[in-house]
Design a protein around this ligand. Structure first.
Ligand SMILES: Cc1cc2nc3c(=O)[nH]c(=O)nc-3n(C[C@H](O)[C@H](O)[C@H](O)COP(=O)(O)O)c2cc1C
Length: 160
């Protein structure tokens, strides 16, 4: 089975999780880059506003065509209780190309339920598995157990 981990990360937490997942699954990664700067305080503020208003952005050209993968695992940080704008854009642009999908997110404390429901609506597909981690768990390297459980759930769903 061909698997892709597609993710956006502003400050490295979601990237760390994406790297751990792709290392365990020995699969390809696609980092999504926002053309709009999200750096510093102006970038933080624009990120919060854009996510809150559910805006789209311009993202850099992707390297891996999602339609060539059996499963795309999509990871986002939570911004203003919403999907990050670059991942909203990725889902919007490529929703028709996904076969099977799974989601993960990193966040400070907001419940991920609404974000995952929104990702499901946008992609028009039911995710095979979900994983949510706090940035604290990621910073302290306390996330491998949850990642392993996520991958176990994923494998169980794949063989169904
Ligand atoms: C603009 C902005 C808004 C955020 N809003 C929330 C939020 O509503 N709830 C939450 O739990 N975390 C929020 N966070 C925290 C991030 O989701 C969290 O730090 C995440 O792990 C960052 O991932 P990254 O390092 O991959 O960018 C926000 C972060 C940013 C930059």
């Amino acid at each position: 089975m061909k698997i892709l981990v597609a993710f956006y990360s502003r400050s490295g937490k979601t990237k760390k999780v994406a790297e751990a997942i792709s290392e365990i699954l020995k699969c390809d990664k696609e980092e999504i880059f926002d053309i709009k700067s999200r750096e510093g305080i102006p970038g933080f503020l624009s990120a919060g506003t854009d996510a809150n208003l559910r805006r789209l952005t311009a993202i850099k050209e992707i390297k891996n065509n999602p339609s060539l993968y059996d499963l795309v695992i999509i990871g986002t940080p939570i911004w203003s209780s919403n999907i990050s704008t670059p991942i909203r854009t990725y889902l919007f642009l490529y929703k028709e190309k996904f076969k099977k999908i799974a989601f993960f997110c990193t966040r400070l404390g907001t419940d991920a339920e609404k974000v995952f429901a929104d990702m499901k609506n946008l992609s028009q597909k039911t995710p095979l598995a979900l994983l949510e981690l706090t940035s604290r768990e990621v910073a302290r390297d306390q996330y491998m157990q949850k990642i392993k459980e996520f991958i176990k759930n994923l494998k169980e769903e794949i063989v169904k």
